[in-house]
Design a protein around this ligand. Structure first.
Ligand code: NAI
Ligand code: 13P
Length: 323
C-alpha cells in the first residue's frame, strides 16, 4: 500500500486465490486488516508469474518459515536487475540462517550483494492508516539500499539506510522473543519496571548474540533494535506480545497459535536463539528461560524468579568492554 501510494504499479501475491480476488476486486482484506480500504491501484493475484514478470523490484513479505520455498519458486520469473527486498523477521527453521542468506542461496549470486532488508517498528495496522512510521533498509550494496529507500519513502513512511544487514536482521528477529516475554510478564502483572527490565536486558542479549554473529552493536540502538523492541513489547497490535499474554493466563502454546491465526515469529525464533547462543557461545538467559516456558512447561513465574536470582554480573561489558 505504501508503494502504491507512491505511485508505483504494485501487484500483491497471495497464495489463496479467493484472498487475491478480494484484494484485487473489492480492495479489502477483511481477515487481516478489517475496516480498511486498500489503494484501488494495487492489484493482487495468486499467480507468482503475474506478480513478478516485468517488475523492477520484489518485496518478500512472507513468514520466515516459507521464505525458501517461495523464493525457489519465484526465481524463474525474476531478472538480475530486479531489486530484492525482504521484510520477514525470523530465522530459517533448523539451519537457523538469516533470511538474506536464504534468499542469496535460492536466487543465485547475481542478487547476493544487493539483497536488502526492510525492518523497524512498523505494525501493518498503523502503516495502512498512514500513521507516521520510521523504518530502516539495510544492504551490503549502498545503491540497493538507496533504491529501496527511494521506492518506499513518503510523508508518513520515513526510511533510513544502514549497511549492517546482519544487525538489522538479527534485531528484527530477536525482538519477537522479548515481546513474547513482555506479554508473559505483563500478564503476570509484574509491573512497568519489569517490562522496562525485559526490554533493556533483552536488548543486551540481542546485541551480545548479534555481535558474535558479525553485527555492529550500534545498530541495536537504531530502529531495528530499540525501535522495534519498544513497539513490539508495548503495542496492542503485537501478535508476539498477545501470544505471551495468553500463555501467562494458562493457555497452552498450541491453543494460542491456533487461536491467533497469524504468524507468531517469536516462537520459532526462541528455538533459534536457544541453538544460536550455543553455536556462538554467548549467554542469553531471557531466551533460555522463555524456551523452558514454551517448550518444557516451566511456570513463567518460576522463570522470572530464576532470572532475578542469577549471579552478580556487569551491565554491558561483553559489548563495550569493561574496566
Ligand atoms: N504484521 C506486521 O505488522 C509486520 C510483520 N512483519 C513480518 O512479516 C512477515 C509476515 O508477517 P505477516 O504478514 O504479519 O503475517 P500474517 O500471519 O499476518 O500473514 C502471513 C501470510 O502468509 C501466508 N502464508 C503462511 N504460510 C505460507 C506459505 N507457506 N506460503 C505462502 N504464504 C504463506 C498466510 O496465509 C498469510 O496470508 C513476518 O516475518 C513478520 O514478522 C514485519 C513487519 C511488520
Ligand atoms: O514486527 C512487527 C512490528 O514492527 C510486528 O510484530 P508482531 O509480529 O509481534 O505483531
Amino acid at each position: 500500500a505504501v508503494l502504491a501510494d507512491n505511485g508505483h504499479e504494485v501487484t500483491l501475491w497471495a497464495r489463496r486465490d479467493e484472498q487475491a480476488k478480494e484484494i484485487d476486486q473489492a480492495h479489502t482484506n477483511r481477515k487481516y486488516l478489517p475496516d480498511v480500504t486498500l489503494p484501488v491501484t494495487m492489484r493482487a493475484t495468486s499467480s507468482l508469474a503475474e506478480a513478478l514478470v516485468d517488475k523492477e523490484a520484489v518485496l518478500f513479505a512472507v513468514p520466515s518459515h516459507s521464505m525458501r520455498e517461495i523464493a525457489r519458486e519465484a526465481r524463474q520469473w525474476m531478472t538480475k536487475d530486479m531489486l530484492v527486498i525482504h521484510a520477514a523477521k525470523g530465522f530459517e527453521i533448523d539451519t537457523w540462517k538469516r533470511m538474506s542468506e536464504v534468499l542469496a542461496e535460492e536466487l543465485g549470486t547475481e542478487h547476493k550483494e544487493g539483497i536488502t532488508v526492510l525492518s523497524g517498528p512498523s505494525h501493518a495496522e498503523e502503516v495502512i492508516r498512514r500513521c507516521p512510521t520510521t523504518v530502516v533498509v539495510a544492504s551490503q550494496a549502498e545503491q540497493a539500499a538507496e533504491r529501496a529507500q527511494m521506492l518506499f519513502m513518503n510523508s508518513y513512511f520515513r526510511v533510513y539506510t544502514n549497511p549492517d544487514v546482519i544487525g538489522v536482521e538479527v534485531g528484527g528477529a530477536l525482538k519477537n522473543i522479548i515481546a513474547l516475554a513482555a506479554g508473559l510478564v505483563d500478564g503476570l502483572e509484574f509491573g512497568d519496571n519489569a517490562r522496562a527490565a525485559l526490554i533493556t536486558r533483552g536488548l543486551a542479549e540481542i546485541a551480545r548474540l548479534g555481535k558474535a554473529m558479525g553485527a555492529e552493536p550500534i545498530t541495536f540502538v537504531g530502529l531495528a533494535g530499540v525501535g522495534d523492541l519498544v513497539v513490539t513489547c508495548t503495542s496492542r497490535h503485537s501478535r508476539n506480545w498477545r501470544a505471551g499474554h495468553m500463555i501467562s493466563q494458562g493457555k497452552k502454546l498450541d491453543e494460542v497459535l491456533r487461536s491467533m491465526g497469524m504468524v507468531v515469529e517469536g516462537v520459532r525464533t526462541t528455538k533459534a536463539a536457544y541453538m544460536l547462543k550455543d553455536r556462538y557461545r554467548v549467554e542469553m538467559p531471557i531466551a533460555e528461560q522463555l524456551y523452558a516456558v514454551l517448550f518444557a512447561e516451566k511456570e513463567p513465574a518460576q522463570a522470572v524468579k530464576e532470572l532475578m536470582g542469577r549471579g552478580r554480573t556487569q551491565e554491558l561489558e561483553e559489548i563495550v568492554g569493561g574496566w
